[in-house]
Design a binder for this molecule. Structure first.
Ligand code: SF4
Length: 215
């Protein structure tokens, strides 16, 4: 079966541009058994090229012009393909389709691209919104739930919050999210407090959205 680069959900086209990620969350779909994984169709054999992604958007858009938003996601971290896909594609989407462009990200941009102002680059390319996985109310829980693949000295959780603040500051529509995981689903016993995540987000002036655990 051919890889799925783009799919519809509600009034959005979701772009599945990579399965690679700088986290390895204990609740990630990629860690589900393939037979039981409702998102197995998003497991890519090969990452799509820019032309392939743009072609998929055009096809989907032609068949469903009521689309309101185009979202970069993955079963992975889309900003790992910032230069080759996200920035050029966002520019074209904005110019040709005049649709809202959103990025669903784990928020690691400040570690991936030190010295760059990724928030500003996204905005300049036409991105209007970012949805950032906060996932925990403190660094210790974040590291145990999301298992970032960076050296711990990188203070990943703090940089996720900092990236959110940078996005908000320049006027991107910004939200933090956290997955509410049923206690019986977590073998480690670590569970994030959705209410504390919400408080942290609101304290930073950033909207918060709870995400459902899907299995
Ligand atoms: S950030 Fe998302 S894609 Fe990456 S490991 Fe966590 S759940 Fe999976």
């Amino acid at each position: 079966m051919a890889d799925t680069f783009a799919y519809h959900y509600k009034q959005g086209i979701y772009l599945n541009i990579t399965n690679r990620c700088t986290n390895n969350c204990i609740f990630c779909f990629k860690n589900f058994q393939k037979q039981k994984n409702p998102f197995a169709f998003l497991l890519l054999k090969k990452e799509p090229k820019l032309e392939g992604i743009l072609g998929s958007i055009q096809l989907d858009y032609n068949t469903s012009p009521s689309i309101r938003e185009i979202i970069f996601c993955g079963l992975g971290e889309p900003l790992l393909r910032l230069d080759e896909i996200v920035l050029p594609a966002a520019k074209i989407i904005k110019e040709e389709y005049r649709k809202n462009v959103r990025i669903n990200t784990n928020g690691h941009a400040l570690i991936l691209y030190p010295g760059r102002n990724v928030a500003e680059e996204l905005k300049d390319a036409g991105v209007g919104a970012v949805s950032i996985s906060l996932n925990a109310e403190n660094s210790e829980k974040y590291n145990r739930l999301c298992r970032p693949k960076f050296n711990m000295q990188q203070r990943v959780y703090e940089k996720v919050k900092k990236f959110g603040k940078a996005c908000k500051k320049i006027g991107l529509e910004t939200e933090f999210t956290a997955v509410e995981i049923p206690r019986e689903r977590i073998s480690s016993g670590i569970i994030a407090s959705i209410e504390k995540c919400r408080k942290i987000s609101i304290g930073l002036g950033i909207d918060f959205r709870k995400r459902d655990y899907i299995n």
